[in-house]
Write a protein that binds this ligand. Structure first.
Ligand SMILES: NC(=O)CCC(=O)C(=O)O
Length: 284
């Protein structure tokens, strides 16, 4: 039995986000409906789709998810997943834990019935400093999540990370070894690291693990404080880019094929040739 039980249509919504949260939510809803009308079974939104991306914004836009009814974004995503009968991977949003007052970069996943299926808090915070190019420190305001996230669908198991998480192959490797047919990363790379590594990382995670990899970015807005790279894409288990957007708003719709996964794994059978007797202590 293939890790992807049957073909499916995936939609990556490269949303143009702005400063007005309600407008972002209305537009996200419209795009999910558009994707569903085009036949998508699973729809993905970008990292930080309800707010601009930036440490100044996270505290101002953060929502508490407990109890869920208090979150405007939770309610919108749940309702549109149910309305469209799609699996909805709700990009990510700034979340506040009302007890600890800690902030997280959090992704919510809903079933076609509108039920919450999974929650992923970004595990690896985006702290980088490339002199003269970009300095960013999510950890100034955010706390990291402390668990891997996978969830079951009728198509098979899906692994979820957020943006910078893609740089840590262990997450995708563990998800793939646990049977995931795809890793999905809502993400917002930038004009320095986007051209350098966005597609390289997606293709690497795909080839390493012979799984699909999907990246979903916000559209680029040159008036915003952070310029997202865009280029939402789907990569197949052979490392080929199946679909890629440019930098403006759009929806990438692509077919995932269970036979393709099996064909790639049969041809180059690394999934059965691993030598964990040789490199068993990967965390040492
Ligand atoms: N939002 C992010 O995590 C950005 C990650 C990024 O740009 C990178 O180069 O990694």
């Amino acid at each position: 039995m293939s890790i992807l039980s049957r073909p499916l249509k995936l939609a990556l919504v490269q949303l143009a986000t702005g400063v007005d949260k309600s407008v972002n939510l209305i537009r996200a809803r419209e795009k999910v409906i558009e994707a569903a009308k085009a036949g998508a079974n699973i729809v993905v939104l970008p990292e930080c789709f309800n707010s601009p991306y930036g440490t100044d914004y996270f505290p101002r836009y953060a929502e508490s998810l407990s109890p869920p009814k208090s979150s405007q974004t939770f309610e919108t995503l749940s309702a549109v997943a149910q309305e469209t009968a799609t699996y909805l991977i709700g990009g990510s949003i700034p979340e506040i834990d009302p007890t600890t007052r800690r902030l997280y970069n959090t992704s919510l996943v809903f079933s076609p019935k509108g039920d919450l299926l999974a929650t992923h808090r970004k595990v690896h915070l985006f702290d980088i400093d490339i002199p003269g190019k970009i300095k960013f420190k999510e950890s100034e305001v955010l706390s990291p999540g402390d668990k891997m996230t996978t969830f079951e669908t009728e198509y098979g198991k899906i692994g979820l990370g957020i943006c910078y998480d893609i740089r840590f192959p262990e997450l995708a490797m563990t998800a793939a070894r646990n049977g995931c047919f795809i890793m999905v990363y809502p993400g917002a790379f930038n004009m320095t690291t986007g051209p350098l590594h966005w597609s390289l990382l997606a293709r690497s995670r795909a080839v390493d693990n012979q799984i699909y990899v999907a990246l979903c970015s916000p559209a680029r807005d040159l008036d915003a404080t952070y310029h997202a790279w865009g280029h939402s894409m789907l990569v197949d288990p052979n490392g080929d880019i199946v679909k890629e957007l440019e930098d403006s708003e759009g929806i990438a719709i692509a077919d995932l094929d269970n036979e393709r996964v099996d064909e790639v794994r049969r041809g180059i059978p690394v999934t059965t040739q691993r030598r964990f007797d040789v490199y068993k202590n990967v965390a040492d």
